[in-house]
Design a protein around this ligand. Structure first.
Ligand code: BMA
Length: 384
């Protein structure tokens, strides 16, 4: 009997702890999340406020002046290490195309994701996907597009087909033991902007929330995909209310984030507007995340072509050290763009003016690249 009582008490304790942890946000929003996904989520919760993982979009695929050189990375060329977070873009996957809208073959993206995972890094996915309403690009802003893909909408079936293709891709992401590779999925990103067909100027908060929930429910319940952590992502925002206006709910989000870029004209005589803006946004983000028990990220940032030699330590680093978002990701190193004739890159390469400053940024103990991240063993449950 005593033994029974003891087992019973232990069980109660385990249940109470689990419920408390769930409340405190120590479980992914997907209650059927895979083992590695739970581990990643919990480990990132543990790292909260301690480290900022550094990320780069398309890092392994190409850099300024090169493409598909095995093992190469502009970040590694400069710092000696790979980033801790690899960003990948799935635009055009929905069209069953072999290459992304940035011309990276999807088969290669799968390989890079596997490589990143095996190295102990984190992979995150964005999706600039075609407007199902009219076949135009993600940058089309025809009003009513989101309404048209909701259940009962005229283009709902097309959207479901797109999701099926996405699901097939995600199902192919498997580790050595066949385990699904966890991914930070950042759909419908920059929602407070006015440039994508899912942005705030062309759909209502209700429509946005409904399509987000439909998407997660479809992937989880119909497709059995449980290796995603969902990243809610805005562009510019100036209040908590604005940030949360389209928040789909705690059961549908694991991480809150925003994107902000510095533009040359952000530097005024009165000071650097960008520094002030990201300071106030990172502060609001922290407050929201603390309240909801969610993770945080500065999901996209950078200064195109990095014309300021000390941008890393003077602009980005102080903000990161003050608020410590879970990760920060700079956008892709595409190099010279044929359409605009402009250089399009956000991480330095060898010889670039901010190279030395990036090395100082790299040396900061709070900013993690691959080595420390690998040592943290993010896919292993420490206290299961
Ligand atoms: C943008 C630019 C584009 C690219 C898109 C999706 O910010 O880098 O050239 O096609 O992201 O990756």
């Amino acid at each position: 009997m005593r033994k029974f009582n003891c087992i019973f008490s232990c069980l109660m304790l385990v249940c109470a702890t689990t419920i408390a942890q769930q409340k405190a946000g120590f479980f992914p929003s997907d209650k059927k999340a895979t083992r590695e996904t739970i581990a990643l989520y919990k480990n990132l919760q543990q790292l909260k406020g301690k480290a900022v993982l550094f990320g780069h979009q398309d890092d392994l695929a190409y850099g300024v002046g090169w493409q598909y050189e095995k093992g190469r990375s502009d970040v590694k060329d400069v710092s000696g290490e790979y980033p801790a977070v690899f960003g990948w873009e799935l635009g055009h996957l929905e069209l069953d195309s072999a290459k992304s809208l940035d011309q990276v073959p999807f088969e290669k993206i799968k390989e890079f994701i596997k490589f990143g995972y095996e190295q102990g890094a984190i992979n995150t996915i964005s999706w600039h996907f075609t407007n199902p309403l009219n076949g135009k690009s993600a940058w089309d802003v025809t009003p009513g597009s989101v309404a048209s893909i909701l259940p009962g909408g005229s283009r709902h079936d097309t959207y479901v087909l797109y999701l099926d293709r996405l699901a097939n891709f995600l199902k192919d992401l498997k580790g050595k033991k066949g385990e699904p590779i966890p991914v930070l999925f950042r759909p419908f990103h920059e929602l407070t902007g006015n440039w994508f067909w899912w942005c705030q100027n062309v759909c209502s908060p209700d429509e946005f929330i409904s399509i987000w929930r439909f998407t997660a429910d479809y992937l989880r319940n119909k497709k059995g995909i449980h290796h995603l952590l969902y990243v809610y992502n805005t562009a510019e925002f100036n209040s908590r209310e604005q940030f949360l206006e389209r928040y789909p709910g705690d059961e549908y989000v694991d991480m809150v984030s925003f994107d902000s870029y510095q533009h040359q004209n952000a530097i005024t005589e009165k000071g650097n507007d960008f520094i002030r803006q990201i300071d106030s946004r990172l502060k609001m983000l922290d407050e929201v995340a603390a309240e909801k028990g969610k993770l945080t990220a500065f999901a996209e940032t950078g200064y195109e072509a990095i014309p300021q030699a000390d941008w890393w330590t003077k602009v980005l680093l102080p903000a990161l050290k003050k608020y410590k978002p879970g990760y920060v990701l700079v956008w892709r190193n595409a190099g010279l763009m044929k359409d605009t004739g402009k250089m399009h890159f956000y991480a330095p390469y060898k010889g670039q003016v901010s190279e030395d400053d990036f090395k100082k940024f790299f040396a900061d103990p709070d900013i993690w690249f691959l080595k420390k991240t690998k040592a943290a063993n993010l896919y292993k449950l420490k206290n299961p």
